[in-house]
Design a protein around this ligand. Structure first.
Ligand code: ATP
Ligand code: MG
Length: 255
């Protein structure tokens, strides 16, 4: 099972959009996918049009439920472990326990039968995010095409290095995903070039700005359901091919 966290310090840079679109496209490609929402905003369920669920990650954290009992089927091949506002309180209650970095490995031990596990993370340095990064093997970082976002990505790299030092192991930054790319704005190619200078071939082809991508979650549809011919659908399908065909982590030369 490939365990991937989609993270970044900045808010609104396309983390949830990437998580849901990549997950949906992998599922359409025939892979069994589980999306885990670790953000109290609970945007993954909203984006998939699912408003009714009894249990969430909060219940798993406080051990009221097992992870496998909280799973909600979202689409063929695509399941979701939803979040909720209760996660905020659960996280506070569990502070001591969450200081042990293996907590997610323990709580998610019963999640079997998936080829991909994608975690959507909050735009903050929370215990949940640190734990998510301790759990996964691969990290994907969306970076929107603004100068501040570029600085955010570099800070994140330092942050991940310090977490890895602390844990004595670590997730690998596998992909940097340029988002909100707008060729008509000069800043887009500038930020893209700077990203490539810092992160080299880990930078993927960009996801272009597309209003369809912002409309789809409002009606609870994936971009492939809402506008399958849109730029957003094309770009996320292309990203998915890259993700599905990249060499296994051990053979990858990136740090
Ligand atoms: N390429 C794009 N073009 C246009 N709109 C986009 C694009 N990607 C995402 N959006 C929209 O931008 C908003 C922010 O995206 P998203 O929720 O994915 O960001 P996020 O990083 O998960 O935010 P948060 O930090 O709040 O969790 C959403 O309304 C989303 O639909
Ligand atoms: Mg989000």
């Amino acid at each position: 099972m490939r365990k991937i966290a989609i993270v970044g310090f900045k808010g609104g840079i396309g983390k949830t959009t990437t998580c849901v679109s990549l997950g949906a496209a992998l599922a359409l490609r025939g892979h069994r996918v589980l999306l885990i929402d670790t953000d109290t905003q609970a945007n993954v369920a909203i984006a998939l049009g699912i408003s009714q669920y009894q249990k969430s990650l909060a219940d798993v954290l406080i051990r009221k439920a097992k992870a496998e009992e909280c799973i909600v089927p979202a689409r063929p091949n695509l399941d979701m472990l939803p979040s909720s506002l209760a996660l905020f309180k659960a996280q506070q209650r569990m502070v001591l326990e969450m200081a042990r970095e293996e907590i997610f490995a323990e709580l998610f031990a019963g999640l079997n039968g998936y080829e991909y596990l994608l975690m959507d993370c909050a735009p903050s340095v929370s215990l949940l995010t640190v734990n998510a990064m301790a759990y996964v093997d691969e990290v994907f970082i969306p970076v929107s095409m603004e100068l501040l976002a570029l600085a955010g990505a570099q800070q994140f790299l330092e942050y991940l290095k310090s977490i890895n030092r602390m844990l004595g192991k670590g997730a690998t930054i596998r992909l940097i995903i340029p988002t909100f790319f707008d060729p008509r704005r000069q800043v887009s190619p500038r930020v893209l070039a700077a990203l490539e200078k810092t992160f080299g071939d880990r930078v993927t082809l960009p996801i272009r700005v597309d209003t369809k991508l912002s409309e789809a979650p409002g009606v609870g549809k994936t971009i492939f359901e809402y506008a399958p011919r849109s730029r957003g659908a094309v770009d996320y399908a292309r990203l998915t091919e890259l993700v599905a065909t990249m060499p296994p982590l051990e053979q990858d030369k990136t740090e």
